[in-house]
Design a protein around this ligand. Structure first.
Ligand code: SAM
Ligand code: SF4
Length: 352
């Protein structure tokens, strides 16, 4: 780190410790307003790109944060300027009382948006109670519209169950519904036009995501399997008229390009590999074992669970958040030789 950066970081931390500032601004000038929380590492699917092959090993129950611990940490973060949280996992709905957590978080002043990312296998059962509890937005991950292929990717024949979950979510008012599609060469890249066409009939915001080197076995990811968002966009544009349009979230997060088709929904592109978006990053992550992390793709965590359990005061928790923000790296290193693959923090533990 250069001296200049070091001084800037100190200034920033002092300013933040001054309590009058309710903003988290890191040393690269990014305003941090968004916390993603992996509420469990467990999952009822086994997507080959997310978790290593073989029998998964889960954290013991006591390693996961309780709802009270999550609530307390989010309350402290909200006082520092975090206004959006996303519940993710593993599969968040495997924590069957999840609507209760949503209701608890809803009551925190300063939290303006609560979202969840789910595989939708249990959504038909929970969509209504999540809506009543105050969940604002839902993202559903779905990588194939073909039941047999879905089964190969996820090692589960739950396609129809997922589709029922999606329909229930729409019927209780989760629209537009975001659909996350991880595109992998030779696995599902021939379906990108089908996914785009769905937006003619449904109020879906389909987001194509490049395959990242996290989660699967080290040897599973190779650059040749990544389909760049530019290529996906081109393939779609050959079949369907699309045009660029500014979205609400453009500039605030990783979704850089946003295009609409004629119809009820739209499509978007998230390109962590081919087009780094780190300068617009506004987020921190709480892993399912209670560690706070500044970057999805760079190792280095602070232990929030330990602090909560040894009786840390709110001030001490705030200091940890400030430290994590001060340490937030400028960018990920997927495209550099320094990139460190983590066997421990797989995607289900990090929350995606
Ligand atoms: N189980 C939930 C689900 O699938 O939506 C939430 C957790 S999942 C880890 C969160 C997101 O990470 C999903 O949209 C998933 O597709 C994405 N993801 C997992 N592994 C990935 C990888 N290697 N590259 C890109 N995205 C990945
Ligand atoms: Fe489970 Fe989601 Fe990972 Fe698939 S992507 S294995 S559904 S956590």
């Amino acid at each position: 780190m250069s001296l200049h950066q070091d001084v800037h970081q100190k200034d920033q931390t002092e300013k933040l410790c001054g309590r009058s500032v309710r903003e988290l601004i890191d040393r690269f000038g990014r305003r941090i307003t968004y916390l993603r929380i992996s509420v469990t590492d467990r999952c009822n699917l086994h997507c080959h790109y997310c978790m290593p092959a073989g029998r998964p090993t889960w954290f013991e129950r006591e390693k996961l944060l309780s709802f009270e611990e999550i609530w307390r940490f989010v309350r402290v973060c909200s006082e520092l300027g975090i206004s959006k949280v996303r519940l993710t996992g593993g599969e968040p709905l495997l924590r069957s009382e999840l609507p209760e957590l949503v209701a608890m978080l809803r009551k925190i002043p300063g939290i303006r948006e609560i979202a969840m990312t789910t595989n939708a296998t249990l959504l038909a059962r929970y969509a209504e109670s999540l809506k009543i509890a105050g969940l604002d937005r839902l993202n559903v991950s779905l990588d194939s519209l073909r039941p047999e292929r879905f089964a190969r990717i996820t090692q589960s024949d739950a396609f129809h169950q997922v589709w029922r979950g999606i329909e229930t979510a729409l019927s209780v008012g989760f629209a537009p519904l975001k659909l996350n599609v991880v595109v992998i060469k030779g696995i599902n890249d021939d379906e990108v036009v089908d996914f785009a066409r769905l937006t003619a009939r449904y109020p879906f915001h389909v987001r194509f995501i490049e395959y990242m080197p996290i989660g699967a076995n080290r040897e599973d990811w190779e650059r040749g399997k990544v389909v760049s968002c530019a290529e996906i966009r081109e393939r779609i544009a050959r079949e369907i008229p699309i045009k660029h349009a500014a979205s609400d979230s453009e500039g605030k997060g990783p979704e850089r390009t946003y295009a609409v088709c004629d119809g009820k929904g739209c499509i978007g592109f998230i390109s962590p590999v081919s087009d780094e978006f780190c300068s617009a990053c506004n987020r921190m992550r709480l892993t399912s074992d209670g560690k706070l992390r500044g970057c999805l793709m760079r190792n280095g965590e602070l232990d929030i669970r330990d602090a909560l359990r040894r009786g840390a005061t709110d001030d001490e928790l705030r200091e940890l958040v400030l430290e994590a923000v001060a340490r937030k790296p400028e960018k990920h290193t997927i495209n550099s030789p320094d990139f460190e693959f983590s066997d421990f923090y797989t995607m289900n533990r990090l929350g995606g």
